[in-house]
Design a protein. Sequence first.
Length: 547
Amino acid sequence: MIEKKHLTRRAFLRLGGAGLAVAALAACAPSADVLTPGPDPSPTPKPDAAPATAPASATTAAKPGKADVELALTATPTTVSLFAGAATQVWQYQGEVLKGDPSHLQPLPDTYLGPIIRIKKGQRLRVNFTNDIAQETIVHWHGLHVPADMDGHPRFAINRGESYQYDFQILNRAGTYWYHPHPHGITGPQVYAGLAGFFLVSDDEEQALGLPSGEFDIPLVIQDRLFDANNQLAYLTGGMMDRMMGFLGDQILVNGKPDFTLDVATRPYRLRLLNGSNSRIYKLAWDDGSPLTVIGNDGGLLEKPVQRPYITLAPAERVELWVDFSDRPVGSQIVLQSLPFISEGGGMMGGGMMRGGMMGGGMAGTTQEQGAAFDILTVRVVKESTERPRLPQRLSTIERIPANEAVTTRSVALTMRPPTGWTLNGRTFEMTAVAAEERVKLGTTEIWEFINNGSGMGVGMLPHPIHMHGQQFQILDRQIDRAGRAAWESLSQGFVDEGWKDTVLVMPGERVRVIRRFADFTGLFLYHCHNLEHEDMGMMRNFEIVA
Ligand SMILES: [Cu+2]
């Protein structure tokens, strides 16, 4: 039986100045209970719901030609047994292969997570998505380069009983991508309630490497959750403070399970880690101090393996590890931990106060703060193996986008604007609006710089994981100011900035420049903070690719 903790966000709530900010924000925000996930109150479709046909926006059924793989995917309420006692009410993606090999969907038993979708680059995928939950929703394929109407933009959200037809070709290289909801204002509670799954792409280049596969290639999603005394998911229990800071749970679940253990043989493994948490950042390290060997991140394999003493993994980021258990005796175990770190910095309040330095108590004793230490999972070495696949010293070829290919540099300030909340250049999300500075010419390359100097209203500066929809980008450089340096140095050795990225953590006081191409598809796409509470508050904007 797992002991339940009922912790409050006390360190923050004691901030007098922040209290005012919270009151100001609360006055213009929807109440928390509207967003609380839980059992479906109405088992039948709403009377005003449209019949179960594709809405006018989803006209892809008429696309000519046949898909290679066709899936049915449904978001639906269900229950899972996570703890002794009451089952936990969750929302879950449930899938079925309608056309193609059954191995395109890999169900995960006894978890709230959606099935793993496995597909090969170049294949054409159709997904008939049906909404069976009591909120509007839509599916976003995180990290995939797809047309605007296939990307899960919130304007395509469908009501309960409605369906949306996806039909697109896989253009991405082999990599660890994922899918999750993207309706405006309620993405956080829907992901939290269980709606998320892996989307794994393979290609010929990757398959030729002979990396560990099958049962030795293990996707692992890390999520923090908070449960009430009746085993039910609790969300936004800290009210507006949770929205301002981002919701943090006090218990780690891996692949939807508490106290996750992984039984391995004495041989190398490929572990794919996804931070599927709403706002928690992890500083991942082995408890015996072994370095981590990274072979891939958001957009697939790196050029060559790199080592890190620990891995910094912000919400939505992925890393792929090569982990060799060959030298470990059967019967031994090793724990993957998240080490403590400093998350806030700069700003008028200063990082120390945010962490409770002046409040007494600090963050010691509460696991519910950003930067708290956790055990993530335990690996148990349970059997001998003589298989010794070799780690390739060259994994892939990554063409660096030359900086001088960029036709312009755009600056995006990550700021707090009273009473609205977190913004991008002072703006919050508008469903179809695009500012002049958010229009990009099709076929061009641009540098975007994300500048985190956004304190205000008594709130210190927070880290923001910034995600761009569409093509993957490359990280050009980072600059950190003096005020943010302590927090930055507590995480910076764990950044994996090599390779292709779709999400980048921008620390307090930091400026990060990324370069990307805007090719193939016109239309509205999103860039936003992947702290899901920030996103739901409107820290998201459209950019439009115009011909
Ligand atoms: Cu944010």
